[in-house]
Unconditional design. Structure first.
Length: 349
């Protein structure tokens, strides 16, 4: 196993570095110190052929020009916050707005837009990169100086682990995620509509027309949201259920996870290549976004990125939790250590 580095570009006079983690099986995960962005993820198919199974650009300029959050760390709060505000300990915090009247993924200058401190990591059992960043008090309207560390590791069990750690000098809110888009075909011209997805979840978060949670947790039974058994993503794209239609036909919803022992929380399969990604997490939910708003406005490897070119599994607390009863808590008390881990395992049918 090894970690290699290369210069990826320059931003405001500062070098942007790409780190590539590779295990003894040839599985490879590459990520930038800019935004913690995963640029490439190489995994084998059932015939042994390797392909890049995540969406990412080849140049820094493309990441700066386009903002689909391919492979990026986002925060302080992943997802949307209604009216870009919340109350904490009796005080209302007004946040920066970057999607109409709401805030998305922590504001315009969120974790995906900064250069993190980065250091490679190599042990007998894994290789990785430690990303560190301090978000100052008032950053995008959030309270507290927040020290964040995110560690990516890869081992010979083909497990890519994401470990989040954070501590603040004032009580604040924190709910990060990684916004990786998977396409297990390894070919952006092929959509993920025929991928199957299974999630251990019997409830999902209902959304308004602007993708803000309504506060209702809906039962998946009898809908295209019932992913308790493997279901083609196409079902969600073709469904006439109001919740599929409202977000431009498909999925862009948080599924409440049931965390069954010795079972992955989610399993994504491409039947054609035989590639599989299994996801395990300690988070309360996973947001599945099926690329409904990708529209061919930019290209990857010379191929215009079509609608449904990738699907996300964004592990996190429930979105907009601060503004809804029954959504759990994303409050991080002063000087308390936040810890969370998500593991993606690359395997085959």
């Amino acid at each position: 196993m090894k970690v290699s580095e290369r210069k990826f570009g320059v931003l405001d006079g500062q070098d942007v570095t790409e780190f590539c983690m590779e295990n003894d099986n040839g599985v490879r995960v590459c990520a930038l110190d800019y935004g913690g962005i995963v640029t490439e993820t190489w995994a084998p198919g059932v015939d042994g052929s390797f392909a890049n199974v995540s969406l990412g650009f080849a140049t820094l300029d493309e990441y700066l020009a386009h903002s689909p959050y391919f492979g990026a760390l986002v925060g302080r709060i992943a997802g949307r916050i209604a009216d870009a505000r919340f109350e904490l300990d009796g005080k209302t915090y007004q946040l920066t707005k970057n999607e109409g009247e709401n805030q998305l993924h922590g504001g315009s200058n969120n974790f995906s837009k900064v250069i993190w401190d980065a250091a490679p990591l190599e042990t007998a059992n894994e290789v990785g990169v430690i990303f560190s960043h301090t978000s100052p008090d008032g950053d995008n309207g959030f309270p507290g100086n927040l020290d964040v560390r995110v560690t990516y590791t890869l081992n010979n069990d083909n497990e890519w682990k994401i470990k989040y750690e954070a501590k603040s000098d004032a009580t604040t809110v924190f709910n990060p995620t990684n916004h990786i888009y998977f396409n297990l075909a390894g070919d952006v011209s092929k959509t993920v509509l025929d991928h199957t997805l299974q999630i251990n979840s019997d409830k999902f978060v209902a959304l308004r027309h602007d993708s803000i949670p309504t506060g209702e947790l809906m039962d998946v039974a009898g809908t295209a949201f019932d992913l308790r058994a493997p279901r083609a993503i196409r079902d969600g794209a073709m469904s006439e259920h109001p919740q599929n239609v409202i977000i431009k036909n498909g999925y862009d919803h948080a599924f409440v996870l049931q965390h069954k022992e010795n079972k992955p929380d989610a399993r994504l399969v491409d039947p054609e290549s035989g590639r599989v990604v299994e996801m395990r997490t300690d988070c309360d939910s996973v947001v599945v976004y099926s690329g409904n708003q990708l529209s061919g406005k930019f290209a990857l490897d010379g191929v215009s990125v079509p609608k449904y070119a990738g699907v996300t599994m964004e592990t996190q607390g429930l979105p907009d939790a601060m503004n809804h009863d029954g959504f759990g808590s994303v409050v991080l008390p002063k000087e308390e250590l936040f810890q969370s881990e998500t593991v993606f395992t690359f395997t085959t049918i």
